[in-house]
Design a protein around this ligand. Structure first.
Ligand code: ADP
Ligand code: ZN
Length: 644
């Protein structure tokens, strides 16, 4: 059976997307592959279709290795809905259930088996794989979220390292490894760790055109977040990322107080509560999940309309991975981040205080700098983001065979800065939609640096940002008087600048390394080797003057009209049918204990509502309705069409 046939018959889709066909053909033929595709790009089909094709050819089972025990039930449920034989083995199964799955496994009577790496590498499980292998029933290994193998990935999991046993022990079984993250450094690490150097690399464009990127200056973060959600995303599903568990709890409470349905998620919560909150987020509509980075990997909810960062992440990979969870359905979605001086200081401190070796810390600092460069940018965010992944905006990503190009991406963090001159625009980020006014902060920067210099000269102690700004702006605070800083020649020479402006200058100076934050000593500020160039006037400091308000953005976005919301295209009757279909779907989803989108996507429901099919023939061919779903739900859907 051809792979096209499987795509139509099992999944109900008309066409392959992007590089899917090439990948699937390669893997069906027994080749190894490393697949780099952004979140929502369609990675699952890249191993599910080969698994089905190879099982039908009598080659046996595909083992899917995934770190996400909490999501296996839904992933397998989605395959069952499509009529594919799939199971999982993990600690949520009872002993009896697990033995039943194992018996079927040993008979080779499963198409896809999902398991976590720590189980796969146990002697007991390997013995079962041996038995399958001896009988020619071990068809394929699919290693999902493969960046977990790399310490450079943002989600390192040591148990992934043990997966080397797969190629050492079953060298003849093909492997397909997939991830949505991988800068050059991480990619090289994956290839080496799993000895995938010979694998064909399929690198898709990482662009997510339907996601609009906005980074705003932090003033009153929680109020800014509230305004963002209230004005643009009332009643919609979203994720808010925060740095700490406590902050997660506080923000979730605050949103609830404001009438926004929000739930917390962090590693400190009881596992049962965590699972319940995750299930509710996946199964109900319009929930905002307030979470630490512990949340989100593998979450395939298609209609997440926004991802907000209340605190700055560690690096661009993390940021891009997290924001990528918005808009998997291809509809317009927002990535919004709020960032300030304190974020820079906090992230620097975390690196300084980590027990890692100096070389490793240097790598982390480089990655942080690239993110700071993105946050401070006055030109297109998308151009910079893509450049970080070695891609030039507007050009198709090279389907790079062989090794990744060296030097196209950090840790130097220079890639993001180099492209500033390219000048391309995406028209779907804050800087493109509202080019920020830029002001020359060079003079302010020099005044700031000479204040640091003079203060240090006078008393050989360093001070923090607030105090230095008080001196510059000529404020006679108790502390200023206590240290006699009102007598400094720089006292009051920055009175013409607002505190916001000076904070902007300072942020940028820290970002480019011209000021160092001593995180071991009350975050005091010190000059560095790079300060001299700024002081001498050799380096200019360009800053954004202001950021646009959310209200302005909203108007612009609605006007842009790049993406049509499916239900909006429906007439009144169509809309009624859509509402009736949604209500019906909710009932089925509940009955099957699965998220609604696993039954049918919103887009599929909208297409049905628009076409108002009168027969099964009519219904067939709508994207997302495969043979099994047609058989299981066709009559009911027609019934709704007749009565709505
Ligand atoms: P990823 O794992 O890369 O983040 P998924 O595999 O979850 O992405 O796919 C994202 C969404 O796109 C899913 O809802 C999937 O059903 C859908 N999809 C994937 N391939 C196609 C295709 N060829 N045609 C239509 N929809 C597709
Ligand atoms: Zn842009």
């Amino acid at each position: 059976m051809s792979i096209h046939h499987i795509l139509h018959q099992v999944f109900g889709y008309g066409e392959f997307r992007g590089p899917q066909q090439a990948i699937i053909e390669h893997v069906v033929a027994g080749g190894d592959a490393l697949v780099l595709m952004p979140t929502g790009g369609g990675k699952s089909l890249c191993y599910q279709i080969p698994a089905i094709a190879r099982q039908r050819a009598g080659l046996g089972i595909t083992l899917v290795i995934s770190p996400l025990i909490a999501l296996m039930h839904d992933q397998v449920g989605a395959l069952h809905e499509a009529g594919v034989s799939a199971e999982f083995l993990n600690s949520t199964l009872s002993g009896e259930q697990a033995s039943q799955v194992e018996r079927r496994l040993l008979r080779g009577d499963i198409t896809l088996l999902y398991a976590a790496p720590e189980r796969v590498t146990t002697p007991r499980f390997l013995a079962q794989l041996d038995s399958l292998q001896e009988r020619g029933l071990l068809s394929l290994f699919a290693i999902d979220e493969v960046h977990c193998v790399s310490q450079w990935g943002h989600d390192f999991r040591p148990e992934y390292r043990a997966l080397t046993v797969l190629h050492e022990r079953y060298g003849s079984v093909p492997r397909v490894a997939l991830t949505a993250t991988a800068d050059a450094l991480t990619r090289a690490d994956i290839l080496e760790r799993l000895q995938l150097q010979e694998a064909h690399q399929f690198v898709s464009s990482f662009d997510r055109p339907n996601i609009s990127y906005t980074i705003v200056e932090k003033r009153d973060a929680t109020q800014q977040l509230l305004r963002f959600i209230s004005s643009q995303h009332r009643g919609e599903a979203g994720i808010v990322y925060c740095q700490s568990r406590k902050r997660v709890e506080d923000i979730a409470n605050l949103l609830c107080d404001e009438g926004i349905a929000a739930l917390p998620y962090h590693a400190g919560l009881d596992a049962k509560v965590r699972q319940a909150n995750q299930d509710q987020f996946l199964r109900s509509e319009g929930i905002v999940m307030v979470a630490t980075i512990a949340f989100g990997m593998g979450i395939d909810k298609p209609d997440v309309r926004f991802v907000a960062h209340l605190d700055m992440p560690k690096n661009i990979e993390g940021y891009y991975q997290e924001t990528g969870r918005a808009g998997r359905d291809g509809e317009a979605a927002d990535a919004w981040m709020c960032y300030g001086l304190q974020d820079v200081v906090n992230q620097r401190r975390m690196i300084d205080e980590s027990p890692a070796g100096e070389e490793f810390k240097q790598g982390l600092r480089g990655k942080l700098d690239a993110l700071l460069g993105l946050a401070e940018a006055t030109d297109c965010r998308r151009v910079r983001l893509l450049a970080y992944f070695g891609e030039t905006y507007g050009q198709e990503a090279a389907a790079a065979p062989g090794r990744p190009k060296q030097g196209t991406a950090p840790p130097g963090g220079s890639a993001a800065r180099e492209v500033a001159s390219v000048g391309a625009t995406c028209q779907n980020c804050d800087n493109c939609l509202h080019p920020p006014a830029v002001w020359d902060g060079t003079d302010a920067a020099r005044k700031l640096l000479s204040t640091i210099y003079r203060v240090q000269q006078m008393s050989s102690i360093s001070f923090g940002a607030g105090h230095l700004m008080d001196i510059l702006r000529g404020k006679k605070t108790d502390k200023v008087l206590q240290f006699g800083h009102q007598s400094l020649s720089t006292f009051g020479i920055g009175a013409g600048f607002s505190e916001v402006q000076l904070r902007g200058v300072l942020r940028q100076l820290i970002a480019v390394g011209a000021v160092a934050v001593n995180t071991q000593a009350f975050n005091t500020l010190q000059l560095t080797d790079a300060s001299r160039a700024v002081l001498k006037g050799d380096v200019s400091v360009q800053l954004r003057a202001s950021v646009s308000s959310p209200v302005e953005r909203k108007a612009k976005r609605a006007g842009a009209g790049a993406v049509i919301k499916a239900p909006a295209a429906l007439d009144t009757q169509g809309h009624e049918r859509y509402v009736a279909l949604k209500a019906w779907r909710a009932g089925i989803a509940k009955e099957h204990n699965l998220p609604a989108y696993v039954i049918f996507h919103d887009a599929t429901l909208a297409a049905i509502a628009q076409r108002a099919p009168q027969s099964l023939d009519d219904l067939q061919g709508i994207s997302g309705i495969g043979a099994k779903k047609l058989e299981a739900y066709g009559e009911e859907v027609l019934h709704i069409m007749a009565s709505a």
